[in-house]
Design a protein around this ligand. Structure first.
Ligand code: NAD
Length: 499
């Protein structure tokens, strides 16, 4: 495997060989690193370092902070091939998706550079004579970023690019399954910071390595006023409570259970391509993976046989080989969870096509599967649960009301879409009485969000938001200032003080 050469290009060769956290590639199960772990007892020191960095960084003008992020974007462009390949090796995504993830990082840097000159507040008409009121957005403080294995680098960039232009240093705890890509990102950041010069304080970015215990210790620390956590709803529930306990602010991007409604007027060729891309891409390990197909009864028989035929011919194999569309599951636990879900679906009356392990002879220590289609008689509990694997449940409907109700009847509600050429249906789907998801698409699948829009907004987080749109406000605090430029001191109506 080429991981040694890639790690060397990020100066990680000794660092990735001497630690206690063993990193295995899902491609073949081979050990690709042993990384030093961060002791949870070190959290107060990490927090103090971040606090010192904050004291310096918050007074650097925002457009100048943007310059650092511009340089980060340049360094990412230079490292795109290596980092994309490392993502493939460590997270098991096909190479195009690894590269695409790095492209997202570059895009959010571009976005954030522009943003660094647009951290606008309002001026407000005061009711008092001789007074001016304005609101200013100030940096909030050190931002803790916790990320999931399946977007090992982009999630950090969505947060870090915004946090940095907003004046917040970043402490990052990546998934314990993907520490190497995180350490590589740190190296890329260091290159940008070195070019930027002395305005960038030490410890502007700190990367920590560890699992749930380290995450919990960081989350509990009151020195991180902003905690952005991306992962399962199980994790989100724990983080939300711990952060609320100390009146911190959490930004949560959690699981999805995303549906596609295929209406009678749908362009079925278009729908078929979208289903394939969004249901089997990244081996079903995207938060926006298509997990539920809600098909009108009239088109079901025209769509399903074609879909099954397409599934049977999907190229499954090493994500590093050109031509592979579906790579491995992240590990054996993910495989077991998939098999358990399929068993439950069968017990609920579902008919399963696919889902079996493949390529076990070639890669006994990895877990490759054929993506599964499961025709369900009803939306049972297993369908409403996010199983992080390539399982597509198929349900039928007769009326659009019924389809929308089915789609909305899950707790997660991250992304959604409808395939229809009937404007009355599509507009209804996008209306207040339509999809209840943070992302609602028409004639495009649920996967592949662009950085310009705020991501997520799922029900289970109360609408968490990272990335574009006005997400930056979550990394800052708003201050409203009133300036009296008169020689009077008008108080509330009717109140007079004699002095
Ligand atoms: P996970 O919840 O197991 O872990 C995510 C991160 O949280 C890891 O870094 C983990 O160490 C940490 N963590 C776990 N428990 C914690 C705790 N109590 N306190 C602090 N940190 C804790 O998720 P995963 O398996 O790595 O990723 C898959 C999940 O992430 C799926 O549910 C997927 O939908 C979701 N996801 C969502 C988005 C999004 O933007 N909405 C993006 C990527 C992944």
């Amino acid at each position: 495997m080429q991981h040694d050469a890639i790690l060397a290009r990020f100066d990680l060769t000794p660092a990735a060989a001497a630690g206690t956290l063993t990193v295995r590639s899902p491609v073949d199960g081979a050990v690709i690193g042993r990384v030093a772990e961060t002791d949870p007892a070190a959290v107060p020191e990490i927090a103090a370092n971040a606090r010192r960095a904050f004291d310096a960084w918050r007074t650097v003008p925002a457009p100048r902070r943007g310059e650092l992020v511009r340089l980060l974007g340049e360094e990412l462009r230079a490292a795109r091939e290596d980092l994309g390949r490392l993502v493939s090796l460590e997270a098991g995504k096909i190479l195009q998706e690894g590269l695409g993830e790095v492209q997202e990082m570059i895009d959010i840097c571009d976005f954030a550079v522009g943003l660094s000159r647009q951290l606008y507040g309002l001026t407000i008409a005061s009711e008092r004579p001789g007074h001016a009121m304005r609101e200013t957005w100030h940096p909030m403080g050190p931002c803790l970023v916790i990320s999931a294995f399946n977007f090992p680098v982009a999630v950090w960039a969505w947060n870090a690019a915004l946090a940095l232009v907003c004046g917040d240093p970043v402490v990052w705890k990546p998934s314990e399954k993907t520490p190497l890509t995180a350490l590589a990102c740190r190296r890329v950041f260091e290159r940008a910071a070195a070019r930027f010069g002395a305005d960038a304080p030490e410890h502007l970015l700190q990367v920590t390595v560890g699992g749930r215990d380290l995450g919990a210790a960081l989350v509990a620390c009151p020195d991180f006023p902003v905690v952005s956590a991306t992962g399962s709803t199980r994790m989100g529930r724990q983080v939300a409570v711990a952060v609320a306990e100390r009146f911190g602010r959490s930004i949560l991007e959690l699981g999805g259970n995303n549906a596609m409604i295929v209406a009678p007027s749908a362009d079925l060729d278009l729908a078929l391509r979208a289903i394939l891309f969004s249901a089997v891409g990244t081996c079903g390990q995207r938060c926006t993976t298509l997990r539920r197909l809600i098909v009108h009864r009239d088109v079901r028989e025209r769509l399903l046989p074609r879909l099954k035929a397409a599934y049977a011919s999907i190229p499954i194999g090493s994500p590093l080989d050109a031509g592979t569309l579906v790579g491995p599951l992240i590990d054996a636990d993910a495989f077991e969870a998939m098999q358990r879900a399929l068993e439950t679906a069968r017990a609920d009356g579902g008919t399963v096509t696919g889902g079996e392990r493949v390529l076990a002879d070639r890669w006994p220590d990895a877990r490759y599967v054929r993506p599964a289609i499961v025709e369900m008689p009803a939306q049972t509990a297993v369908v409403r649960h996010e199983t992080f694997a390539p399982i597509l449940y198929v349900l039928s409907y007769d009326t659009l009301d019924e389809a929308i109700a089915l789609q909305n009847a899950v707790p997660q509600g991250l992304s959604s879409c409808i395939f229809s050429t009937d404007v009355r249906e599509t507009e209804r789907f996008l209306s207040a009485a339509g999809s209840d998801c943070g992302i609602a698409n028409v004639n495009i699948g649920p996967s592949g969000a662009e950085i310009g829009g705020a991501f997520g907004g799922e029900k289970e987080t109360g609408g968490g938001r990272e990335s574009g749109s006005d997400s930056w406000k979550a990394y800052m605090r708003r201050q409203t200032a009133t300036v009296n430029y008169s020689d009077a001191l008008p108080l509330a109506q009717g109140i007079r003080f004699e002095v």
